[in-house]
Design a protein around this ligand. Structure first.
Ligand code: 4AZ
Length: 250
């Protein structure tokens, strides 16, 4: 996150961190994610497109404030039982269409997430709640604090962003037709706030009547915090049917 502030798992209790075990003891941070039910994390498909899909090499943490420290007594650790990549996921055009995936999580004792102050599910927006340009929304993650840094943020960070009108983001000065109907853009008028490498898969939540809804998943962008190159997010409400079919939420 560029231009944000340090936060805690209590303020973003749905955020997941996904790690890849390259070797026995070497955990590499891959992506963020979002707890949408006790056993399912919604994330970005492109997090898994660079490497062989071996679920046994993935770990998911909930309730984590810091990447390289254990949040004692708060964090919960899971294995990944199943990965479902959206069948329409396509990274051939220089952007990521249908950049959405589901992870089924279980502990070694085969239970799912337990709700606490630092672990809770996020609401998925019902179909009638439209994302409105000008809405104030929040992004969160453990990604880089500036483009070009080689390390992720040690602590969870969050920032406020505004939704851009679709016709602005698809205009020639911005991304043109790289931005599809399955994406939207968000940023700040001064270009000082953005998601960045390492935030992928994590949340963009918007307040509606005092409740936070998951409208977006951090997906891509040209660099971070560049003029006319806002962050691009997977448009979650387009996938309500796909999510319920695969997860079986009510
Ligand atoms: C990335 O590489 C990435 N500025 C994530 C978000 C953005 C750019 C790149 C948006 O994971």
């Amino acid at each position: 996150i560029v231009g944000g502030t340090v936060t805690t798992a209590q303020s973003q209790p749905w955020i997941a961190s996904i790690f890849w075990r390259r070797q026995a003891k070497k955990h590499v941070f891959l992506c963020g994610g979002n707890l949408i039910s006790r056993c399912w994390v919604l994330t970005a498909a492109h997090c898994f497109s660079d490497r062989p899909l071996n679920t046994r090499h993935l770990s998911v943490f909930l309730g984590k404030d810091a990447l390289n420290e254990t949040s004692l007594g708060k964090e919960q650790k899971f294995n990944v039982e199943q990965i479902i990549i959206h069948p329409g996921f396509d990274n051939s055009d220089g952007s990521y269409d249908n950049d959405i995936a589901l992870l089924k999580i279980t502990t070694n004792s085969r239970t799912c997430a337990k709700e606490t102050d630092s672990v809770r599910t996020v609401c998925l927006p019902p179909a009638h709640l439209m994302l409105r340009p000008g809405d104030s929304c929040y992004i969160a993650g453990y990604g880089k604090e500036r483009e070009g840094l080689w390390h992720n943020s040690q602590y969870l960070r969050e920032a406020k962003v505004n939704i851009l009108p679709q016709e602005v983001c698809t205009s020639r000065n911005y991304y043109g037709n790289l931005v599809t109907k399955n994406m939207f853009c968000a940023g700040s008028p001064d270009w000082k706030v953005d998601s960045c490498k390492g935030d992928s898969g994590g949340p963009l939540v918007c307040d509606r009547d005092g409740r936070l809804y998951l409208f977006g998943i951090v997906s891509w962008g040209e660099g971070c915090s560049r003029e006319f190159r806002p962050g691009v997010y997977t448009r979650v409400p387009n996938y309500n049917k796909w999510i319920t079919e695969n997860v079986g939420l009510p």
